[in-house]
Design a protein around this ligand. Structure first.
Ligand SMILES: NC(=O)c1ccc[n+]([C@@H]2O[C@H](COP(=O)([O-])OP(=O)(O)OC[C@H]3O[C@@H](n4cnc5c(N)ncnc54)[C@H](OP(=O)(O)O)[C@@H]3O)[C@@H](O)[C@H]2O)c1
Length: 348
């Protein structure tokens, strides 16, 4: 009986995987595609541009500083796979004036054709305790991180819908999945992106346009180095509980998810776990994503019931008692780390 049930389950999963490509979005071919990357002159954005270029895309880089743009262009061009590929640079502040952003997007489309993929990666961060941050910081982060993603997307979405082709990528952050000490200004600007993306996906899916939201962890970039200088002790200690990723690794995952049309893009097992805990009612674009989300809900309820009590963790930070699934053990270790951190902070 048990054998029959197991065989039926395996057959069901196999069947789902077989029909999945029929229902999932058709992967976007990057060869010859026009990819616009805002924030493409540095860090994660530059690595995303390189990743797309390596797959044959034509690239438009958007950022403010012209020297940095030209330097990034040279670096990206080293990865060409054919001599027709072009890297176009446009200097504009994506957060200031919608008319200006719309104009530069028009210029880019006139030169390299309609945009097949837009990656909204321009962003900035500044940490600090709520009452220590200037009110203008909240305005600036909202403006760059949120409106700086709205404007370019708004400028290309109509053409994408008309052509019934397109990918729009929003780069949020793990701090856009849960609020963290010191990130009152940054987290809220990154949470806003998720709301925008969820609503937009619902509107554009019938037009074969797919939205991806990426939640990178701490990543070794010039932006991260700058942000580190502003972190209060508590934020630094929280940050130190996880390792710092390489921008190339983050970029690879984001491009892969965007090409597949996945809504959610997380990096590494911690990222996957955080996404599991915070998936809410996020849209799903394939059977695989749908199944994962259901499993995450079950997993989440299971974890909450079994392992969130502090007693479930030994002094060494390892869970005690009966064997727990890997995800639950990691969660228990995290929980213990957080408790130690709070103790450390109150002692400091
Ligand atoms: N690094 C991390 O640990 C991490 C983690 C999670 C999420 N993220 C997010 O990932 C994205 C990229 O971060 P990063 O660390 O790679 O940053 P970065 O190295 O500082 O690069 C930021 C890019 O955005 C551009 N930019 C900034 N403000 C702009 C504006 N107003 N208009 C146009 N371009 C602008 C910058 O060029 P100009 O200054 O010349 O304009 C640069 O090209 C950001 O949205 C960030 O919030 C980063």
């Amino acid at each position: 009986m048990l054998l029959l049930a197991a065989a039926s389950l395996v057959a069901f999963v196999l069947l789902l995987y077989m029909v999945s490509p029929l229902i999932s979005p058709k992967p976007l071919a990057l060869s010859g595609a026009h990819v616009v990357v805002t924030g493409g002159s540095s860090g994660i954005g530059k690595c995303i541009a390189i990743e797309c270029y390596k797959q044959g895309a034509f690239i438009t880089l958007v950022a403010r500083n012209e020297d940095k743009l030209l330097q990034a262009k040279k670096e990206i061009e080293k990865h060409s796979i054919n001599d027709k590929q072009v890297v176009l640079c446009i200097s504009v502040d994506v957060s200031q004036d919608y008319g200006q952003v719309e104009n530069v997007m028009k210029q880019a489309q006139e030169k390299l054709g309609p945009v097949d993929m837009l990656v909204n990666c321009a962003g900035t961060s500044l940490a600090g305790k709520f009452e220590d941050l200037e009110v203008s910081t909240f305005e600036r982060l909202m403006s760059v991180n949120y409106l700086g993603s709205v404007y370019p997307s708004r400028a290309v979405i109509t053409t994408m819908k008309e052509r019934r082709v397109g990918r729009v990528v929003f780069v949020s952050s793990q701090a856009g999945q849960l609020g963290l000490f010191g990130y009152t200004a940054y987290s809220s600007s990154k949470f806003a992106i998720r709301g925008l993306a969820e609503a937009l996906q619902m509107e554009v899916k019938p037009y074969n346009v797919y939205v991806t939201v990426a939640y990178p962890p701490d990543t070794d970039t010039p932006g991260f180095a700058k942000e580190n200088q502003t972190k209060p002790l508590e934020t630094r200690l929280i940050s130190e509980t996880t390792s710092v990723c390489k921008p190339e690794q983050v970029a690879k995952q984001i491009v892969k998810d965007a090409v597949q049309g996945n809504f959610n893009s997380s990096i590494g097992s911690d990222g996957y776990m955080l996404s599991s805990l915070t998936c809410g009612m996020a849209p799903v674009t394939s059977i695989t994503e749908g199944l994962q989300q259901r499993l995450r809900f079950i997993q989440k309820r299971h974890k909450n019931q079994l392992h969130l009590e502090p007693g479930a963790v030994s002094a060494a930070g390892e869970p005690e008692g009966r064997r727990q699934p890997l995800g639950a053990r990691r969660l228990a270790v995290w929980w213990e780390r957080l408790r130690r951190l709070i103790r450390q902070c109150s002692a400091a």
